[in-house]
Design a protein. Structure first.
Length: 219
């Protein structure tokens, strides 16, 4: 199966804390996934690789001929993936605007009927818990329901080095065991939804909203 790790930071300055702590956390997640689940593919989606333009215009608002190639490329990756790992810092007790912006560029039909895992971190002691709570709502609305276990990394700068390896004094096995609780759930759900989708196409049963959100209104 194929999993995308969405990185939720574009911050390239400091202070506070070393810049783009999220890159360390994402690299650690990828290392854990590749070492524990060797049969699966994992790809990092870095928002800096997909410039989205100064004015918000989502993928689905373009005609097919005019959609920017990088948006199309990312849409294809989202559609063909089996699950998502959403890595977000906590900014003002909320998920990162960079992550929300990137995800908002794509319709829920690309994400739906596939699971996601919530990974949050912070420079402080709460590990992004408050951002994680809001992410449940956001990801559920996108249709990639988050698994129940979550990963939170407090003081991420003290846990992971720039290359994603653990800092001196940290135990990699303990961190990966903690990560695996969430990743095991993600992979179980991804396998289950993949197999069931091959039997029943959900998009034939629940039509995507093609015209207007009022299509789902109560009568
Ligand atoms: C605008 C802004 C708001 C922040 N708000 C919070 C917060 O609510 N809770 C928290 O624990 N840390 C907060 N922080 C600190 C972040 O945890 C820390 O800067 C972290 O490194 C951000 O991740 P990043 O480097 O990957 O962007 C905030 C940082 C910024 C830049």
């Amino acid at each position: 199966m194929k999993f995308l790790v969405f990185l939720g930071t574009v911050r390239d300055s400091t202070p506070p804390s070393p810049a783009r702590l999220g890159l360390r956390v994402s690299k650690a997640c990828i290392e854990c996934l590749l070492s524990h689940y060797t049969e699966h593919e994992v790809e990092l989606i870095d928002p800096l690789d997909y410039p989205l333009g100064p004015v918000f215009k989502p993928h689905f608002a373009y005609s097919q001929r005019t959609v920017p190639p990088e948006l199309n490329e990312l849409a294809d990756k989202i559609e063909s993936a089996d699950g998502y790992i959403m890595v977000s810092p906590e900014y003002n007790h909320s998920m990162s605007p960079a992550l929300a912006d990137m995800l908002n560029h794509f319709g829920s039909s690309l994400f739906s009927y596939k699971p996601s895992a919530i990974v949050t971190y912070s420079a402080g002691q709460w590990g992004g818990m408050r951002a994680a709570v809001g992410m449940r709502t956001f990801l559920s609305e996108l249709g990639c329901l988050p698994v129940s276990a979550m990963i939170h990394v407090p003081k991420a700068q003290e846990v992971f080095a720039e290359d994603g390896s653990v800092q001196a004094g940290q135990n990699q096995a303990s961190w990966f065991e903690y990560f695996s609780r969430t990743f095991n759930q993600l992979i179980w759900w991804a396998q289950a939804t993949r197999e069931h989708k091959a039997v029943v196409d959900p998009h034939k049963i629940v039509m995507p909203l093609k015209i207007d959100p009022s299509q789902r209104n109560a009568p």
